[in-house]
Every structure is written in C-alpha cells, then in structure tokens.
Design a protein around this ligand. Structure first.
Ligand SMILES: *Cc1c(COP(=O)(O)O)cnc(C)c1O
Length: 374
C-alpha cells in the first residue's frame, strides 16, 4: 500500500490515524457485532457516537451553551438558501462577496428571495470585466456598507477557490455589525484556527474539507435565531425543529457523523485547535515562502494580508509547463494539485489532515522543478 500526499480541496485528505481506526472498527464497532453503517440511529450505540461528537466539537471550539450544534445534510450549498429561509423570513439580509462561494451564497439567497426576503450586496471585491471576477483580497472597511436593519450579515471566512481568508476572526466586522448577527461559511477552515464563536450568529461548514466525509454539514446556531423561519418551511429544513429533535427528524448521515467524531478526537490528541493553528501557520509560511522566493517562477495573486492558510492557489509563469508540473508531481506522490477550473493554475489545499511532512515534500518538489525548468 502506498498513500499519496493528497492536496485535494474537497473531499480532502483525512488523518491516517482516523482511517486506520475506521478500518479497525468497520465490521464490529466496540463489540456490538456490526458496523456503524448498519446500526439504528435511534439506538444507544449511535446515541453515544453523536453525543460524543457534539461534546468534543463544543470543547474544541469552546461553543457557548446558548448555541445549538446541528448535524445536517445537503452540504453548505443547501444552507445558502436554508439560512435566509430560517433567519430572514421576509426581512432583507446583507452579503459580502469575496470569492466564488460567497457569490454563490448570494445567488442562492436571491432564488428564494420572494419568500425569504431580499439579499442585498453590502460589499464585493469582484473586479469588473476580470476573468472569473478576479478575487484577490478581503474587503476594506470603506468598501462595506451595512444595513443596520438587516436580518443577518453573511460572509465566507475562507474562500476555498481563490485562497482568500479572513485573518482577524471577524473582530472588526462583528463590532461594526453590532446587533446584526454574522453568518459565516467556514467550510474550508473550520477547526484550523481559533474562533470566538460568540461573535457569530451562525457558523456552518460542509464536512468534506476540514472535518470528515461528504454528506454532512455542521451548523452552529445561536438559540435566539431559532424559530424565525418562514411559515411554509419544510420541517426537514427548519433549524428549530432540527435542534429540538437532536438533528434527527429523519435519519442523519450516521457514518459521516461517526468519522467526524473520530476526527474531533484526533484533533484533541493533537492538542486542540490552538495547537493545530500553530502547525497550520508553519505549513502556510513554508509554502508561501517557496512561491514568493521563486523569482516569479511561481506566483500567488492574493494580497499578502488576505492569504489563506488552507488553500494556496499559484500559477506557473510559463503555463505551458502546467501539465508537466502536474505529471511530475504525480510521479513524486503529490496529487490533486490542479487548480479550480475557474482560476486555472495550481492549488494546494493544506488542511488540518495534511502533515508538515507533506508540505515539505511539496516545497522540495517545487524548488527542484523550478531549478530544472526555470
Ligand atoms: C466546498 C464549499 C462549499 C460547498 O460545499 P458543498 O458541501 O459541496 O455544498 C461552500 N462553501 C465553501 C467555502 C466551500 O469550500
């Protein structure tokens, strides 16, 4: 067996220790004689699994008591419409656009605007006429105009495709928004850095980037935001009903919750989010230094103060070398480095599960490649 260094943006690499544990427990979970996939979601075994997962997540993120943790399905994309339907219910909501995910969020909100209420653009870094909108930075204060009466203010705190990440845990924005709750799509960096959950009304994250398998989306909601849904809301989409039913109005994504729970335990063994953050800072510094010191051979277009620690897009000066780079990287055991189709070039996603050794291997390869082809 040979495992590769997998730089996929999502579904992404999982900690090897977690995969091994899943394998070991696959046929017989803790002596119950069956796999987690085969057990009732209403049984006492699964109750232990979901309760432990929630408790560990609460501990890792220091989630205050007055927040509910929901384990939902439909991905982050479903939440793009589910959130305005739950929170706005006819009132206007504000949106910041700094990349393709926050742009998709506002587009989805507009689809349900006739019932959920208008989605207003409160600021955007899209460059008029630029290919794929040319997102390369966070918004500056003066580019943001907030509606003090908005039902919420939505943003994406890490733009997975463009590699643009909020650096200050929304401290300044939350202060400015005042009583308007922040709603943050943290899909691609949740648990990679410390956050103050109390700054946010809702935090949500698709699991397949930095948590576990796809099919699960985490949603952390402040309790006072429950019960505001449109009256025609299907029960399965209603945050309040989901919270009241322990995320089990219907069958939840049991296997995804189980694996995510193992990832939470793994994170605790690594020393928790603060310790992960230090590792992630070192990994990102190593990779950006390699790019910046390549004399233009490699280039990352994002403003230094907006650069993501998780998703590092970069281009080669000579795009004719793109295919050669990917093929030689593959031969060196470094895979899924092809950039997103909208931006081209390369992208290395270096989530929690990517060890420092993987980034070292990538950087060594990149230096060697530049030497040979530069
Ligand atoms: C991947 C991603 C999404 C979409 O997630 P799905 O689970 O595929 O719907 C949304 N937002 C961000 C920031 C992402 O990285």
């Amino acid at each position: 067996m040979s495992r590769v260094w997998n730089f996929s943006a999502g579904p992404a690499a999982l900690p090897e220790a977690v995969l091994t544990q899943v394998r070991d427990e696959m046929l017989d979970w803790h002596g119950c004689g069956m796999s987690v996939m085969e057990m009732s979601h209403r049984g006492k075994e699964f109750a232990t699994i979901i309760e432990t997962a929630e408790a560990d997540l609460r501990e890792l993120l220091a989630v205050p008591q007055h927040y509910k943790v929901l384990f939902l399905q439909g991905g982050a994309t479903q939440l793009f419409s589910q959130i305005p339907l739950n929170l706005a219910a006819g009132r206007s909501a504000d949106y910041l656009v700094t990349g393709s995910w926050s742009k998709k969020a506002v587009e989805e909100a507009r689809r349900v605007a006739p019932i959920a209420g208008p989605a207003r653009l409160a600021g955007s870094t899209a460059v008029k006429g630029a290919l794929a909108d040319g997102f390369t930075r966070l918004l500056r204060d003066e580019e943001i105009s907030l509606d003090p009466g908005a039902a919420f203010l939505h943003l994406c705190t890490n733009e997975t495709i463009y590699g643009v990440e909020v650096q200050d845990d929304c401290a300044a924005l939350a202060a400015r928004a005042g009583s308007v709750p922040l709603v943050a799509d943290m899909s691609s960096h949740i648990l990679s850095r410390q956050v103050d959950v109390s700054r946010y009304g809702v935090i949500y994250a698709g699991a397949q980037k930095n948590i576990g398998p796809s099919g699960l989306v985490l949603c952390i909601v402040r309790e006072d935001l429950l019960g505001k849904a449109v009256s025609t809301m299907p029960s399965i989409m209603d945050f309040r009903l989901m919270a009241e039913n322990g995320s089990m109005i219907n069958t939840p994504p049991t296997f995804g919750i189980y694996v995510s729970g193992l990832v939470f335990q793994w994170l605790k063994r690594q020393g928790g989010v603060a310790a992960m953050e230090q590792v992630n800072i070192r990994k990102a510094e190593m990779l950006y230094r390699c790019i910046d010191e390549s004399g233009g051979f490699y280039r990352n277009p994002v403003e230094t103060t907006s650069r993501s620690r998780m998703n590092v897009p970069f281009t080669l000066q000579d795009t004719a070398l793109d295919a050669v780079f990917l093929a030689e990287a593959r031969d060196a055991g470094l895979v899924s480095l092809k950039g997103h189709k909208t931006v081209g070039g390369m992208r290395a996603s270096i989530y929690n599960a990517m060890p420092e050794a993987g980034v070292t291997a990538l950087v060594d390869f990149m230096r060697q490649f530049a030497k040979v082809h530069g």
